[in-house]
Ligand binder design. Structure first.
Ligand code: SF4
Length: 426
């Protein structure tokens, strides 16, 4: 946000030279538009295709456009209409989310294609698993047609999505990809999907995939609480499979500081990694983050972890940094704190960032940081007055909170008959 304020020269309402600016969608805006209120005339909440299909974008007067958008359920007009319902594209076959320009000067020199949106697994800390429901999949024939469009322009097909391997026709899609492209790449991989379809590893190998990435997130005891339905043994099975197919690089993501986490739970992560190193001869890259509570998730109202608690837990993991073949990336408490402020902050935080950029004033000057991190009544008020309705019912969220405490699992989405969160019976 600092970068945007500085480089776009965006000014708050009070400045008469302020430029009219519109902004549409994006996970950060759905997560928390409030810090942006002082800077934007209109915030449009949801997926761009759904918004752009709906709008008539040419108006002579700025206020006519504002009046037009004010009538839309997905718009927020700061100071006037500060509540919106997310809009989304139900039929992903209408999406045009694939690379328009491919350049060997770009970081991603590949044909990128989004084949799936909205993760069906509903991990209880995860924004994408809640704010983008229901899960939607691009039909196989549309995926294949789009893959053929990109074949003359790139040698690698890059699949984008939060649960790509959950696509019901993933095997057929990857087989077709291998007929057209030399390589394939994935923005996410789900362990459960690989366990259900272990033949995918063979397709990865043929597609030049060098690294498999999974996110066990935590040790075996806490995993059920966050709604990850797999055991350490499942991870060992995957590791053996990788070894057998000579895929010699594994990336793992973990979170510490989750609610009710004990040092013993972090010790379970350490033991898991030790055992993986015993079974697997390849390189193991481990990234550890600190839990940042996100609006719209069942863990939204939880406190951020105390620094001394995080220090204690990091100590448990630090011993692993001397291990050969293990590359350990540990988190910064300070950075996680800033993330919480942006994820949970309001207009006050937006203005404090603005003053920091333009007059060098300390963000702490008029703001008590800690209330956003630890003050349960302030946090409850921010959650209950959140300006975005994502469409998931409050009763679903309440049940999910209770299931977190009782370590009970919620099944993956089955939109044909599931009515759990209230989105699929509309
Ligand atoms: S109603 Fe069920 S299938 Fe549909 S999004 Fe909600 S949890 Fe998923």
């Amino acid at each position: 946000m600092l970068h945007i304020l500085k480089n776009w020269n965006i000014k708050p309402f009070r400045d008469k030279h302020r430029l009219p600016v519109l902004i549409a969608g994006g996970p950060a805006v759905i997560l928390n538009p409030r810090p942006l209120f002082p800077f934007f005339d209109v915030l449009l909440i949801g997926e761009a295709e759904s918004i752009l299909n709906d709008a008539e974008w040419i108006f002579e007067e700025k206020h006519t456009l504002e009046n037009y958008l004010a009538k839309k359920s997905y718009s927020i007009i700061p100071g006037q209409k500060e509540y919106a319902s997310r809009t989304y594209l139900m039929d992903l076959s209408l999406s045009r989310a694939f690379s328009a320009i491919i350049s060997d000067k770009s970081y991603f020199n590949m044909f990128l294609l989004e084949i799936q949106r909205g993760c069906p697994k509903k991990c209880r800390f995860c924004l994408l698993g809640h704010a983008y429901l229901p899960p939607r999949f691009m039909p196989e024939d549309v995926v294949k047609t789009i893959l053929h469009k990109g074949k003359a322009r790139a040698q690698t097909a890059g699949f984008v999505g939060s649960a790509i391997l959950s696509h019901p026709r993933i095997t057929e899609i990857l087989e077709e990809t291998l007929r057209i492209y030399k390589k394939m790449s994935f923005s996410s991989m789900g362990l459960k999907d690989i366990l259900k379809k272990p033949h995918l590893i063979n397709l990865f190998k043929k597609g030049g995939v060098k690294t498999v990435t999974i996110a066990p997130e935590t040790g075996k005891t806490l995993r059920k609480k966050i709604n990850k339905p797999y055991l350490d043994e499942d991870i060992y099975f995957l590791v053996e499979l990788l070894q057998k197919h000579k895929i010699m690089s594994l990336k793992l993501y973990f979170i510490i500081g989750l609610p009710e986490e004990t040092p013993e739970n972090v010790e379970e992560i350490r033991q898991l990694l030790e055992k993986i190193l015993m079974i697997y001869r390849g390189s193991v890259k481990v990234t550890v983050s600190i839990f940042v509570p996100k609006f719209h998730t069942p863990l939204a109202s939880k406190q951020f972890a105390e620094e001394k608690d995080i220090r204690k837990k990091l100590k448990i993991l630090k011993g692993l940094s001397s291990k050969k073949r293990l590359h350990l990336r540990l988190p910064s408490y300070h950075h996680a704190k800033v993330e919480v402020l942006l994820a949970r902050g309001d207009e006050e935080i937006g203005m404090a960032l603005y003053r920091k950029v333009y007059s060098g004033e300390s963000i702490r000057k008029n703001i008590n940081f800690e209330t956003y991190l630890f003050d349960t009544s302030k946090i409850a008020q921010l959650v209950s007055t959140h300006p975005v309705n994502i469409g998931v019912t409050n009763s679903f969220i309440k049940r999910e909170i209770a299931k977190y405490h009782n370590a009970r699992l919620t099944p993956e989405c089955k939109p044909e008959y599931c009515r759990l969160c209230g989105l699929c019976n509309k």
